[in-house]
Design a protein around this ligand. Structure first.
Ligand code: KIV
Length: 279
């Protein structure tokens, strides 16, 4: 069974895809119309990433993103999605206090927003215990290792992780520990492709790569990067499949020109009163 029978992608389907060698397709979305297009195009996982903060809310990094912002956007995405697995991303400081608060925050994604799972960055000992508690509370968890953008102030800058043997060993051990803690998939972000291949071979759960080469079980990109609708730095691993920025700015410039010239609205785009003879 390669396609979900009732139409919806489930966690067992993702595990099955790995064992059959079928690639998993994942993308981010933060709003209803985008999520609708992604779902109808057959994307398996729609992640409402905290990249929301940088991509559509204009923050400098992902640190300021709040739970309420994540829930607001996850609700819009979940309203659109019928088939894909919707995953909500735990923002910075939503899982750094008590276990109770972490579970309460994570459960909002499922109970209020309609997501099917959550994602959490990192694999420290404390993080692993939290993940076990979340799984115990019936909240499916996706892990995330390699470059973890919420650690920006520790890391100093976004750069490839795991180039040195010691860090590579740690990333591999982190991914294995996440699997033991009960995650159903692991995001591998910005690591050398041979390291991603090694991790993928060691894990039973699927790896989803972003800047981690072709050997992962699936791939994810930020939707706005894929369609050329993002501002700022575009990482080397992004392939742009469209240039929406150009398409939109051409449309807006043409609209402005037409308004200024009195060419919009014209007869066709205006309402008319009924003529007496038509009554
Ligand atoms: O926040 C996000 O969009 C992510 C993906 C890039 C994996 O974490």
């Amino acid at each position: 069974m390669s396609e979900p029978t009732d139409g919806a992608v489930t966690i067992p389907h993702l595990l099955e895809k790995k064992s059959r060698g079928e690639k998993i397709v994942a993308l981010t979305a933060y709003d209803f119309p985008t999520a609708l297009i992604l779902d109808e195009s057959g994307v398996d996982i729609v992640l409402v990433g905290d990249s929301l903060g940088m991509v559509v809310l204009g923050y400098e990094n992902t640190i300021p993103v709040t739970m309420d912002e994540m829930i607001h956007h996850t609700k819009a995405v979940a309203r659109a999605v019928r088939r894909a697995l919707v995953v909500g991303d735990m923002p910075y400081f939503s899982f750094h206090q008590t276990e109770e608060l972490t579970i309460a925050n994570a459960s909002r994604f499922l109970k209020e927003a309609g997501a099917k799972a959550i994602k959490i960055e990192g694999a420290s000992k404390r993080r692993l215990r939290l993940i076990e508690a979340l799984v115990e509370a019936e909240i499916p968890v996706m892990g995330h290792v390699g470059l973890t953008p919420q650690s920006i102030h520790h890391l100093g800058q976004f750069k490839v992780r795991g180039k040195e043997p010691e860090e590579a060993r740690r990333i591999c051990a982190d991914a294995q520990n996440l699997e033991r803690a009960g995650v159903f998939a692991v995001i591998l972000e910005c690591i050398p492709q041979d390291l991603a291949e090694r991790v993928t071979a060691k894990l039973k759960v699927p790896t989803i790569g972003i800047g981690a080469g072709p050997h992962c079980d699936g791939q994810i990109l930020v939707f706005h990067d894929l369609v050329g609708y993002s501002t700022g730095y575009i990482p080397k691993f992004v392939r742009r499949y469209a240039d929406l920025q150009e398409v939109i700015s051409q449309a807006v410039r043409k609209y402005a020109e037409d308004v200024k010239a009195g060419a919009f609205p014209d007869e066709k785009h205006s309402y008319h009163r009924k003529k007496r003879s038509q009554r």
